[in-house]
Design a protein. Structure first.
Length: 509
């Protein structure tokens, strides 16, 4: 089955843009209906569950690589391991939740409600890993269903029924359950899940356990950031301020995640420099506009979530910059990892793996997040008690730690003969972003405070739409690549529509 980079990315981007709108609506409901402490605990629960997700990479990493190269039994083997791990992780989660409640002095019953969320997120990681290889556009479809249902359920449970934190958790869990069920049905329909458990695969994966182990530790530290910050600061208020910043991180990460599934699937089969360059352009296409919007409108966006968070607006552009850096790292790392051929015929030599990017790349990324922690923990302790300053120190430490990965990425790309960056496209996107940023300033959009959502939010939405038209209009004029992308997209859509009007030939049984 051919993996179409542009098609999969455009489907995922289309879903991402829609999800961005409904995600903002969801965060607005959560931030406005929950108290500052409840909003902080909400972030802590998600952070605690995020600690466990990276360890699924012990089998999901190898499942993807083996499945893409024809070993279908890897999907069933990974499924069994996922079910076993979810039970063990739930038991450990209870202990950590109790420890967290002792630090905060409340919230144990709400923390326990994170157990179903943990189970669902672990299973989602398996489904998403397999979808990335089989049908990357499934990620976009699943996201569309999840975010739509989450917003509807949040409105019903929080606004209509006033269930507060309980309603916020239930809205996520129900939406996640339904979206996973949909994706699972598609995978079963395409016979992508082969219910076979292979001991031989387990033995091979154990030989290379140290490769996903590094990625798992890095993901553990990154996913558990807000929970660990609450341990150091002793407060959920710091996490509430971080939530405001990380709400702007999500669209950027989704932008890179919309590109990486198809890029990884294609690189595993046959790496092409053109695919990497195309992925970078697609990521910059949308992240350019989002960066200028989150930066210039930071105070307005903070007030959109809840006017009480306006003082934390400075965190938004800092976290947005961190998210863009992370997005570039994810794209380059995906291409390098997929292009590595050391395991193309199975895991034969531990030494070969250790000296390959499969080991060195996650090691460097782990060291970068460790470096960030080495900075943020003493900084938070120095300013302890000033929750806004604590959140600011955390954000700055993340940026500093993230940039140390680039020298190694450059080295590996040169070795692959792929040391490229579309500078001309970057310049064009920068000019278009500047044009939309100037509009925000001249129109006064940057000074809007969303005190009343239904009165002020539509005005803000109008300005964002106008700025988006300016951005894409300017970029369409400046960029031959964008014009070609739009033409090929329209051609593909018209071709697909015309096919539907053609009668299927009758085949006699």
């Amino acid at each position: 089955m051919p993996i179409r980079l542009r098609y999969s990315t455009i489907v995922n981007y289309g879903s991402m843009l829609y999800r961005l709108l409904v995600a903002v609506g969801f965060v607005v409901i959560i931030a406005r209906k929950l108290s500052v402490k409840e909003f902080g605990l909400w972030g802590i629960i998600f952070s605690l569950t995020s600690m466990f997700i990276p360890f699924t990479s012990f089998w999901n990493t190898w499942m993807q690589r083996f499945f893409a190269r024809g070993n279908k039994a890897s999907s069933g083997t990974a499924l069994v391991l996922t079910l076993i791990y979810s039970c063990l992780a739930s038991l450990i989660y209870v202990e950590i939740a109790y420890f967290e409640s002792l630090i905060l002095g409340w919230g144990f019953q709400y923390l326990l409600l994170g157990i179903p969320l943990l189970f669902l997120r672990i299973f989602e990681s398996y489904v998403a890993s397999l979808s990335n290889i089989v049908k990357p556009e499934l990620i976009g479809y699943k996201g569309f269903i999840y975010d739509s249902l989450r917003l509807i359920l949040a409105y019903v449970l929080l606004v209509a029924l006033n269930m507060r934190l309980l309603g916020a958790l239930l809205s996520v869990q129900i939406a996640l359950l339904i979206s996973i069920a949909y994706t699972l049905l598609i995978l079963l329909k395409t016979k992508s899940i082969v219910l076979v458990f292979s001991k031989d695969l387990i033995k091979q994966w154990l030989k290379g356990f140290y490769v996903p182990a590094l990625a798992a530790l890095q993901g553990f530290l990154k996913g558990g950031l807000r929970a660990i910050v609450s341990w150091v600061s002793g407060s959920e208020v710091t996490v509430a301020f971080l939530n405001v910043g990380f709400a702007s991180e999500a669209p950027m990460l989704r932008a890179s995640q919309s590109v990486t599934p198809a890029l990884y699937a294609r690189a595993l089969r046959r790496p092409r420099v053109h695919d990497l360059e195309e992925a970078l352009r697609l990521f910059m296409l949308f992240s350019g506009f989002m960066f200028v919007s989150f930066s210039v409108l930071s105070k307005t966006i903070a007030s959109l979530y809840n006017p009480v968070y306006v003082s934390a607006h400075i965190i938004i552009p800092i976290v947005t910059l961190y998210a863009i850096i992370t997005g570039f790292v994810n794209i380059y790392a995906t291409f390098i990892s997929g292009s590595t051929r050391v395991d193309a015929e199975g895991i034969r030599s531990v030494r070969e793996i250790l000296f390959s990017p499969l080991f060195k790349l996650p090691l460097i990324r782990l060291l970068s997040i460790v470096f960030s922690y080495a900075m943020l923990i003493p900084l938070v302790l120095i300013v302890r008690g000033d929750h806004l300053l604590e959140a600011l120190m955390v954000s700055l430490a993340l940026i500093v730690g993230s940039v140390i990965v680039f020298p190694y990425l450059r080295y590996e790309l040169k070795r692959l003969g792929s040391s490229i960056f579309p500078w001309k496209e970057f310049a064009r996107i920068s000019v278009a972003s500047l044009a939309s940023g100037v509009y925000y300033v001249l129109s006064g959009a940057w000074g809007i405070t969303v005190a009343s959502f239904w009165r002020d939010a539509p005005v803000l939405g109008f300005h964002i739409v106008v700025a988006a038209l300016i951005y894409f209009g300017a970029l369409y004029i400046l960029s031959p690549w964008l014009r070609g992308l739009i033409r090929s997209g329209l051609k593909y859509i018209l071709k697909d529509v015309l096919k539907k009007f053609k009668r299927e030939p009758y085949i006699k049984q």
